[in-house]
Design a protein around this ligand. Structure first.
Ligand code: SAH
Length: 350
């Protein structure tokens, strides 16, 4: 029989598992503490469990720690990690120290099936969804690496992959991250970023609406968006806006609109005006993202002054708009770069 991937279990599932093994119900909490608070790497280390229980656990369950392949640190403190999964696939995570708190950016899939034109991860295509434990282990491995005194309080699901195409696994990872007896993070400090998978957003509204929602919009016309984000043909801008209008958000819990600034593609002042009109009345915060170029990238970043002009158009129309500070510029900044580099692949133009 296949062993249970114990860190993919939510607290409820862990309780059921413990019961199936014939153990006392309070053991679930004890095991969770060893896994998520003390972060042990084997059942052997769970010393308040008897030898027999530890043996039983190691027969029935297993731990899948990530293998750290490489870490790069930027002069601004950003740390970029390349991890290897049990099956040899590789994923990236990023530690981002901010003023007063620390954030981790986690991956949710190996590769990505969306194929955004400006995104490096897209070039590799899609391999598979990450399991809940593979998502949670990114947090654990990075927290261990940076040290407990630099506690990571915020998690953004903005790494490789499209989280809402792996809804169940992401939801379980969120449950494990926010359960008091597990990672105990505040739900409000988690952000899920999606390209605009409408049924996924509808499910989020019902099942995970305390997690923050970020939408990667990147265009103000379907023509441009169809080109940049091909899934727009399935879920066009109007459908995304419709679902956002119904989303349970307010000014204390705003929806983030992400907009990668691509020179002469989506950065005109007309775009800014259209964007302002489109989101008017919605509790949003617009995040203008300077494009991170990589060798062979088919786009150029919008010059800083132009991003500021774009931002001003939004502010003049009472839309909160911020320019995302580019972090880790002196390391493999674009998502997917570390993985590509380490494989020794040449990034080619297309
Ligand atoms: N699939 C999800 C999450 C992963 S992408 C989504 O699309 O939201 C996370 C963010 O990084 C997205 O807003 C994406 O558009 C942006 N991004 C991807 N490649 C980038 C690059 N080279 N430069 C700047 N932002 C990029």
């Amino acid at each position: 029989m296949e062993k249970v991937d114990i860190k993919s279990l939510t607290m409820e599932e862990l309780k059921d598992f413990v019961k199936e093994l014939g153990l006392e119900s309070y053991r679930a909490k004890q095991i969770a503490q060893w896994l998520y608070k003390k972060r042990v790497s084997s059942f052997e280390q769970m010393t308040n469990l008897s030898k027999e229980v530890r043996k039983l656990l190691s027969e029935k369950a297993e731990l899948h720690p990530l293998k750290l392949v490489k870490v790069e640190e930027s002069s601004d403190g950003t740390r970029k990690y390349l991890f290897e999964l049990r099956d040899g696939n590789r994923i990236e995570s990023v530690f981002i120290p901010e003023r007063g708190w620390n954030t981790i950016c986690v991956s949710t899939q190996v590769g990505c099936p969306i194929g955004c034109k400006f995104c490096l991860t897209a070039k590799d295509g899609f391999t598979r969804n990450l399991t809940p434990s593979e998502i949670v282990e990114q947090y654990i491995a990075v927290q261990r690496d940076v040290g407990e005194e630099r506690r990571i309080s915020n998690v953004v699901f903005m790494g490789m992959g499209e989280p809402l195409l792996s809804f169940d696994n992401v939801k379980k990872a969120v449950e494990i991250m926010t359960n008091r007896d597990m990672l105990d993070l505040s739900t409000r400090k988690l952000t899920i970023s999606t390209v605009g998978i409408v049924p996924g957003i509808e499910r989020m509204a019902k099942e995970m609406n305390r997690v923050k929602l970020a939408i990667s919009l990147h265009a103000t016309t379907d023509e441009v968006r169809n080109y940049l984000v091909p899934v727009n043909r399935k879920y066009p801008i109007s459908r995304i806006m419709e679902v956002l209008r119904k989303y349970p958000a307010d000014n204390n819990r705003r929806i983030m609109i992400e907009y990668v600034m691509l020179k002469d593609v989506n950065d005109s002042l007309e775009d800014a005006k259209r964007l302002a009109k489109m989101v008017k009345g919605l509790p949003v915060k617009v995040n203008l993202i300077p494009f991170n170029p990589y060798p062979g990238a088919p786009f150029e970043p919008t010059p800083r002054e132009k991003i500021e002009e774009f931002q001003k158009v939004l502010w003049d129309r009472n839309i909160a708009a911020f320019i995302r500070e580019s972090r880790g510029q002196d390391i493999s900044a674009a998502c997917g770069m570390l993985r590509t580099k380490e494989r020794g692949c040449k990034i080619t133009e297309n």
